[in-house]
Design a protein around this ligand. Structure first.
Ligand SMILES: [Zn+2]
Length: 175
């Protein structure tokens, strides 16, 4: 028994082809309107449309990631405790502030920057330290210890009071 095929017309060359044929035997043009077919401007438009559909949100996401405030994580960080120490060794006098840093947010942070100011008994600023703790990662919702250390310009007895603050931090992940 021979199958009977209804005749149809090729979308491109208009030759007679079998109804439902995927490809035209004459011009080899694809018959589906969804196929990417160089002879079908519609197929190209469909593909371009799909690309745009994905490209636009991706571009917006990338832009939001690249241009957001790098110090936005600062309000997640709290210096929960800190202490000042002096040490005198052969190489000189040093002042150190050690403490704990708590990340209250849901995003991991790294490389906190600190500024420490030292005051004498009269409240006069006598020394300062600016430091960043490279490679220090503060995971989300956890506490880590830190240390800021530098050469002490004055003798230990002059360091009556200090003030430490965070001046910057980076996100541990880019996305
Ligand atoms: Zn054809």
């Amino acid at each position: 028994m021979q199958a009977v095929h209804a005749a149809s017309q090729c979308r491109h060359c208009k030759e007679e082809i079998r109804a439902g044929a995927a490809k035209c035997p004459h011009c080899l043009g694809w018959q589906s309107k969804w196929m990417l077919d160089p002879q079908s401007p519609r197929g190209i438009l469909v593909v371009l449309g799909i690309l745009l559909l994905f490209a636009v949100p991706l571009l917006l996401l990338t832009r939001a990631t690249l241009f957001r405030d790098p110090d936005q994580g600062l309000d997640q960080l709290v210096i929960s405790e800190s202490e000042m120490h002096h040490s005198t060794v052969d190489s000189g006098r040093f002042v150190t502030v050690v403490g704990k840093l708590r990340n209250t947010g849901g995003e991991s942070l790294k490389n906190p920057h600190f500024e420490v100011q030292f005051f004498n008994a009269d409240g006069k600023l006598i020394d300062s330290l600016a430091s960043n703790s490279y490679n220090l990662i503060i995971p989300a919702r956890s506490e880590v210890s830190f240390k800021v250390r530098g050469v002490a310009d004055r003798p230990a007895r002059e360091y009556a009071r200090y003030q430490i603050r965070l001046t910057g931090v980076s996100r541990a992940r880019i996305f």
